[in-house]
Write a protein that binds this ligand. Structure first.
Ligand SMILES: N[C@@H](CCC(=O)N[C@@H](CS)C(=O)NCC(=O)O)C(=O)O
Length: 223
């Protein structure tokens, strides 16, 4: 039985899981969920994921949601010896720290970049400041490293990459974050699946933005 994944490429956490599966050579059967058509709010979907978020996987009846938990599960179950999620307690803790820090990054990118474009919500000065400060910190933490934790690609790289690839998608200026730029360019060049999963045609993104704005405005007007 293949592992089913309820997801869409337009969602960063879904892309993080899709990249993890690629890196581990795991075939996933994609069941596309269009958020801007409300497919995450149907009775059937809420039965498997009451938090109505994507991604969710169904591995032979085992249902799991939350992208980082799914990435950890895929490694633990299908590649327990892979350096993608090291077993050594110290190394694993450092990967887990990045995965947790990625929540902070997600909020910063969401409020300053995603919401303005996809939901038409103007970014506040505060959200722009948080975004800049968080990206600066990320840049410092990356330093001159090829991967977040030094010598090996880990799921931390894939999670943070999916979150921050939004800057590339939206053509944001990355010059204030030179180490970040080098890191993301290096990963994009090294792993062909990075562009395959994260890159979009400009018109495609524009049409998604419009559809998503319309969906949220209609939802708000019904409240
Ligand atoms: N912490 C969750 C966040 C998932 C999430 O917020 N996904 C968004 C799409 S990027 C979503 O499903 N939004 C619809 C909703 O939450 O109702 C994860 O990493 O899986």
């Amino acid at each position: 039985m293949p592992i089913h994944i309820y997801a869409t490429r337009y969602s960063p956490p879904c892309r993080a899981v899709l990249m993890t599966a690629k890196q581990l050579n795991i075939d996933l059967n994609l069941k596309t969920i269009h958020l801007n058509e409300g497919q995450h709010l149907t009775e059937d979907y809420l039965k498997i994921n009451p938090a109505h978020s994507i991604p969710t996987i169904d591995d032979n009846g085992f249902i799991l949601w939350e992208s980082r938990a799914i990435m950890q599960y895929l490694c633990n179950r299908y590649a327990p010896d892979s350096p993608l999620y090291p077993t050594d307690a110290t190394k694993r803790a450092l990967v887990d720290r990045w995965l947790n820090f990625d929540h902070t990054l997600t909020i910063a990118v969401r409020d300053a970049c995603l919401r303005p474009y996809f939901m038409g919500v103007e970014p506040t000065e505060q959200s722009l400041k948080v975004f800049n400060d968080t990206m600066k910190l990320l840049d410092e933490l990356i330093g001159n490293k090829k991967y977040l934790n030094g010598n090996h690609l880990t799921i931390a790289d894939l999670s943070v990459l999916a979150t921050t690839y939004t800057l590339k998608i939206l053509n944001k200026d990355m010059t204030p974050f030179p180490n970040f730029k080098t890191w993301i360019t290096g990963l994009t060049a090294e792993f062909p699946y990075v562009e395959e999963i994260n890159k979009f045609d400009e018109n495609d993104i524009k049409s998604q933005m419009n559809k998503t704005k319309t969906f949220f405005l209609e939802k708000l007007s019904k409240k």
